[in-house]
Design a protein around this ligand. Structure first.
Ligand SMILES: NC(=O)C1=CN([C@@H]2O[C@H](COP(=O)(O)OP(=O)(O)OC[C@H]3O[C@@H](n4cnc5c(N)ncnc54)[C@H](O)[C@@H]3O)[C@@H](O)[C@H]2O)C=CC1
Ligand SMILES: O=C(O)C(=O)COP(=O)(O)O
Length: 599
């Protein structure tokens, strides 16, 4: 697999950006680099989660059997603890010592797992597709990334679906058992043909599409139902997309390939079985929970469903006494869809790469609970990401008391077309900048929206489309906080909100507006804002107080309404001035108000 690595210039990447993008930090990780990695695969969508230069190896808990090639990859980078068949209690105990957890479908990664991890767990890798066994909401709330391996077992699952379809139609399993029991029942096991029959593929995603292709090769008429699939993709392989009711009412065979979600749970139930053609045959290699299993037993008993072939069950393993499993018209396999040698090696490599990448701070191509941004877009947005976080940090420090922030408006001015600028990372970083100074919560790309919602902070975004060359992604970012008082009254704009605005100049983020005052100070170190009556000598007075204390001034700028009228002076300082120096600045007669802001 072709892999190229672009390391961004590390020193130019502000360490604060690094730490700001990291998943919850532990003493084991020091922040040193941000890598943008480009996989050679088709999709190139990524997110940045962590930046870590490792002082010590992270620990990865592999809780279910994983292919050897994946384990080898993990071992190159991490301490690998392969502990299979852990009880929920054992998992909860172990997890506090782990930075990553890899599971298949047999481990429930519940809220308790995230709570028990004490913030150390950074990544959960699902070595397969379905993530219904992972509590995604809890993962997100804990800032834990969830990645899966969405492609490597597609063909295996589709092949198993076709195997079950053919085996069911020809009674292979029942006939095999009877021959082994010494019988020779040629008349009992007469099957049905597939050719010319209608197959409804429910869920026309990766597996569903491959099943459809193969079924067409068997001479079946294939229709599909999927509310989100594009009709042209179906048409391209000769499949017609139809409504749910039409699919189930016309099919001779139904094959299920949708994920288990609250919407798909028990999609096949007494009511929907009632709409099916009498004698329909059902294959399920998706998830047991998409069928109401008791209703299926009733439908089998009444003859609405002639046969069913099931690889998956609501509870796995199902009870040996299960009426469904024991039904003579049902054949079953123990969740074998992904279990081919080839698929398991592929899945193991896919998930090991994703987990190691996420732990290294690379970009996760298969993130399930975070926005994914193409690597090249992220590289371009890098200085704006720093700007966004700092503007958020500045704006919230201007609020009296620092809290009570409920309504934040972000305005992006850009010559790019709205759909040519992905602002999700910027919004997440503004959220981080706003929330972290006023809470103990660690905010990252995974939990930013959740953290804002939890605190009742509503963030709205607006785009201003500028004329001109769209070479730079953004001209400016403005952050406004409404309905609050400011400890620096000049930060309140003419429309009543706290307003700060910034731009990137020569790759460096600058603060360019405070309230109605234009300033220009690079966003490094800390900032002192003073409102004064514009007059000669002010810069010197403040500069000399800071100089006496050896506080280095990196930048100074004065924004004024008119000469000799009110002005705002922005002073960038490398070091934090003492309380006494700040007090002396405040005592300069011409200074009406001032505020010290940490970036
Ligand atoms: N038995 C096994 O070992 C395996 C089982 N699976 C299961 O198969 C499922 C599908 O896998 P992929 O095709 O790789 O996923 P996918 O994400 O590519 O496809 C799922 C499709 O289901 C569609 N869908 C969502 N809601 C739907 C609804 N209400 N009605 C109809 N369609 C709906 C989606 O639009 C999507 O196109 C997985 O979620 C997993 O649960 C996957 C691999 C192996
Ligand atoms: O990938 C999936 O969704 C599967 O169901 C495969 O499950 P498994 O990894 O074999 O436990």
């Amino acid at each position: 697999m072709a892999t190229s690595t672009t390391s961004l210039n590390v020193p130019s990447l502000n360490p604060k950006l690094s730490s700001s993008l990291s998943i919850s930090s532990t003493p084991q990780f020091s922040v040193s680099s941000l890598n943008l990695r480009t996989h050679g695969r088709g999709t190139r969508r990524f997110i940045v989660l962590a930046t870590a230069g490792l002082d010590a190896k992270p620990t990865v808990l592999v809780a279910e059997k994983l292919g050897a090639a994946g384990l080898d990859l993990l071992k190159e980078f991490a301490n690998v603890d392969c502990s299979y068949n852990l009880s929920p209690e054992e998992l909860n105990t172990k997890i506090s010592l782990c930075d990553a957890l890899i599971v298949r479908s047999g481990t429930k990664v519940s809220r308790e797992v995230f709570e028990s991890s004490g913030g150390r767990l950074k990544v959960v890798g699902r070595a397969g597709v379905g993530i219904d066994n992972v509590d995604l909401a809890a993962a997100t709330e804990h800032g834990c990334l969830v990645v899966n391996a969405p492609t490597a077992n597609t063909v295996a699952a589709a092949e198993h679906g076709i195997a079950l379809l053919a085996a069911m139609a020809r009674n292979v399993a029942q006939a095999d058992a009877s021959v082994k029991a010494g019988k020779w029942l040629r008349n009992k096991y007469v099957g049905v043909s597939l050719v010319g029959k209608t197959l409804a593929v429910m869920g026309f995603g990766k597996v569903g599409t491959e099943v459809a292709r193969r079924a067409k090769g068997l001479g079946m008429h294939v229709i599909a139902h999927d509310p989100y699939a594009p009709a042209d993709r179906a048409r391209a392989i000769g499949v017609e997309l139809v409504t749910f009711d039409e699919a189930i009412a016309t099919a001779d065979f139904i094959s299920l390939h949708m994920p288990l979600t609250p919407t798909t749970s028990k999609m096949l139930n007494d009511e929907t079985f009632g709409k099916m053609k009498k004698g329909v045959r059902i294959v399920n290699v998706a998830r047991g929970g998409v069928i109401d299993e008791e209703a299926l037993v009733r439908a089998l008993d009444s003859g609405i469903v002639a046969q069913a072939a099931l690889d998956v069950f609501t509870k796995e393993p199902p009870s040996p006494e299960s009426k469904l499993v024991q039904h003579e018209n049902v054949i079953v396999t123990p969740h074998l869809g992904a279990s081919t040698v080839e698929a398991q090696e592929g899945v193991a490599i896919e998930i090991a790469e994703a987990v190691v990448g996420a732990l290294k701070g690379e970009l996760a191509a298969t993130a399930v609970n975070a926005p994914m941004v193409p690597a090249e877009v992220l590289s371009e947005l890098k200085p704006y990401v720093i700007l966004a976080e700092k503007l958020g940090r500045l704006a919230v420090q201007l609020v009296t008391g620092g809290s009570g922030v409920k309504s934040v408006k972000v305005t992006y001015a850009s010559a790019r077309a709205p759909d040519d600028l992905d602002t999700r990372v910027l919004r997440a970083m503004i959220t981080k900048g706003i929330i972290e100074p006023i809470s103990s919560v660690f905010v990252n790309l995974v939990n930013a929206d959740f953290a804002a919602k939890q605190r009742g902070v509503r963030i709205t975004e607006e785009r201003i489309v500028l004329d001109g060359s769209p070479e730079a992604p953004l001209e400016s970012i403005q952050v406004q906080i409404a309905n609050v008082e400011s400890k620096f009254a000049s930060a309140i704009s003419d429309t009543g909100e706290i307003r700060v605005e910034g731009r990137v100049k020569d790759g460096v983020p600058h603060l360019t507006r405070v309230g109605s005052f234009e300033v220009d100070v690079s966003l490094e170190g800390s900032i002192i804002l003073c409102r004064q009556v514009d007059q000669p000598g002010m810069i010197g007075k403040v500069g000399s107080i800071l100089g006496q204390e050896n506080v280095n001034v990196s930048f100074m700028s004065v924004g004024r309404i008119a000469p000799r009228k009110q002005a705002v002076m922005a002073i960038g300082v490398d070091d934090q001035p003492s309380k006494q120096s700040l007090q002396r600045i405040g005592e300069i007669p011409a200074i009406e108000e001032f505020v010290f802001l940490k970036l």
